[in-house]
Design a protein around this ligand. Structure first.
Ligand SMILES: [Fe+2]
Length: 203
């Protein structure tokens, strides 16, 4: 891979520093982790530009190590860009298209919220509400790390970070209280913008 474009971290929205129940200290530390994922993504891609393609080996090789960890870095970038972008809102119940999708696919907002919270309690890193283009519906998927377990052809619309770095400073080990705070800071208009931008069908 000889040509790649370096990316830069997206700016942190000022609203992220004034969340309800998730402290500025947590967000600032969390944002630095995100900057680290961006830097490592760029570093790995620059090393792949010079990797020995003849030496590929499944037990160990430079290309194997770089490509496995690239998936971790890119996952860290994508997951956190969703996370930071859709926080800073009013929380509460959704409106607009996402409300219709949630009601259709989960029965009620409360059922979706309970399912995503339980998925977050069951995960070691992430829980996502994604629109699965093959199933034609929303589903709450679980992740243990930045690069597990993405499902092909599904578009994440909500990304709940349950790594301890997301909440330990504010809640110690009480992940459930953090998840409740996450819901109260969701920015539903941002999620609805994505539903529209991605062309997710409402029927
Ligand atoms: Fe995180």
């Amino acid at each position: 891979m000889s040509n790649f474009v370096e990316i830069r971290p997206r700016e942190l929205k000022p609203a992220l520093l004034e969340l309800d129940g998730i402290s500025r200290t947590t967000i600032e530390a969390h944002y630095r982790l995100y900057q680290g994922y961006v830097a490592k993504r760029n570093e790995i891609l620059s090393k792949l530009a010079d990797v020995d393609l003849e030496a590929g080996n499944q037990v160990y090789s430079e290309i194997r190590a770089l490509k496995v960890e690239l998936s971790f870095a890119v996952g860290g970038v994508k997951n956190h860009e969703i996370y930071f972008e859709h926080l800073g809102g009013e929380g509460g119940d959704p409106g607009g298209a996402i409300a219709d999708l949630i009601e259709r696919d989960f029965g009620a907002t409360e059922d979706w919220r309970a399912d995503l919270k339980a998925t977050g309690m069951a995960g070691r890193g992430w829980a996502w509400t994604a629109y699965d283009w093959d199933e034609g519906r929303l589903f709450n998927y679980v992740g243990d790390a930045q690069n597990t377990f993405p499902v092909w052809n599904a578009t994440p619309l909500i990304a709940l970070d349950v790594y301890e770095h997301a909440y330990f400073l504010d809640y110690r080990t009480d992940r459930g209280a953090y998840i409740d705070a996450f819901f109260e800071n969701l920015d539903w208009p941002t999620v609805n913008d994505w539903v529209s931008k991605y062309g997710i069908p409402l029927k």
